[in-house]
Design a protein around this ligand. Structure first.
Ligand SMILES: [Zn+2]
Ligand SMILES: [Zn+2]
Length: 363
């Protein structure tokens, strides 16, 4: 066991507490990563607010990057000193979902209560999302890691672990967008901007961003949206039809958790189009839509977890696109903070204006 600093949630809705915790050495198939950067995602905030329940005390944080500092037995592909992206996608590799090429919905359960971290007085400490990256170090399964070049900046690398793969993957993998098709992206926040640049990279003909403020629509334009529609207007989908030459889109990506966005999403669809649901509403929230239209117009609705990525396949090409200047990551970062400032960083994210706030460990 070694002692590290972490931001611990003891009570839903209360500020995180920076304290010493214990981290055990990596076991078979596990890797210890000394973190350089961890981004704050809305999922961390929803967990800390109690939106989805879960064990307490807990350490959240799941968009991270760092350097491998120890490896357990049988680990292959990464060695001490390697730069890695750390994701929450823990995949056994052998269950039907993993074997079928869908590791994001791995069926082998993981009990974060029995994970590698304990409180300073040796009590249970839940490793949330199989990660617990609001901490100086993590011990995770090797399936959660992808090696990246040493030239990859750590703050940019951390973003790839969740928001980027979720947004880009929703378009490329879940919607299966083909060059020349039209896309509507509802929500131009952290994930939405990545769906927009995913659509640009995939060769979308027109990319319509839908959000509540002009500021967000300006952000969307900077990431590749060709049109912006204010969601605050009456029947905003009619504005989108205008932008799309009088029809709906082949793909509508919902990147926010607000229920009205889910109610309205099918309205933006063209014939044969597909809604991809990426945002994460609170448990129990319900949405309404008109099934007859989906049947009559051959439309579909599908959920996408983590952009349906296979991280070992998808993260290396995203890293290359970034290093070639074709994937924007630096401009996604709106603030850099220390671990001690994490509650301020979370408050800033909750304020709604931030893109991604990143905790830097100053190594
Ligand atoms: Zn996330
Ligand atoms: Zn599996």
């Amino acid at each position: 066991m070694q002692t590290i600093k972490a931001a611990v949630c003891h009570e839903f809705g209360a500020p995180l507490v920076i304290e010493d915790i214990q981290l055990r050495a990596p076991k078979v198939g596990e890797v210890e990563v000394t973190l350089h950067a961890v981004a704050i995602c809305h999922s961390d905030i929803s967990f800390a607010d109690g939106a989805w329940g879960g064990s307490l005390p807990a350490v959240y944080g799941h968009e991270a990057a760092g350097v491998v500092s120890a490896v357990g037995e049988t680990v292959q592909g990464v060695a001490v000193g390697d730069s890695v992206v750390v994701t929450l996608i823990r995949a056994c590799g052998t269950c039907p979902s993993c074997a079928g090429g869908k590791p994001t919905i791995c069926e082998t359960p993981y009990d974060g209560d029995q994970g590698p971290i304990r409180t300073a007085d040796d009590g249970m400490l839940h490793q949330a999302m199989a990660c617990g990256a609001f901490a100086e170090k993590v011990v995770v399964d090797q399936s959660q890691l992808v090696k990246v070049p040493a030239s990859m900046p750590m703050d940019a690398a951390s973003l790839i672990a969740c928001g980027v793969i979720t947004g880009v993957g929703a378009v490329v993998n879940a919607a299966g967008l083909r060059a020349g098709e039209d896309v509507v992206v509802i929500g131009a926040g952290g994930v939405g901007l990545n769906a927009i640049q995913g659509a640009r990279i995939a060769g979308a003909r027109r990319i319509v961003a839908v959000d509540m403020t002009e500021d967000k629509l300006d952000d969307a334009t900077a990431f590749g949206a060709t049109h912006g529609v204010l969601a605050t207007g009456e029947a905003p989908w009619r504005e989108a039809y205008k932008a799309l030459g009088g029809k709906g889109a082949e793909a509508v990506i919902v990147t926010v958790g607000a229920i009205p966005a889910y109610d309205q999403a099918p309205r933006y669809l063209g014939r044969g189009g597909k809604v991809v649901m990426v945002g994460m509403p609170h448990s129990g929230a319900m949405a309404e839509y008109e099934p007859v239209n989906l049947a009559y117009l051959g439309q579909g609705m599908v959920g996408s977890k983590m952009g349906d990525v296979v991280i070992q396949r998808d993260i290396p090409w995203m890293v290359d696109l970034y290093l070639q200047g074709r994937l924007q990551l630096d401009s996604l970062i709106s603030g850099r903070w220390s671990l001690d400032q994490i509650n301020d960083a979370i408050a800033d994210t909750k304020g709604g204006k931030a893109r991604r706030n990143v905790i830097m460990f100053n190594r």
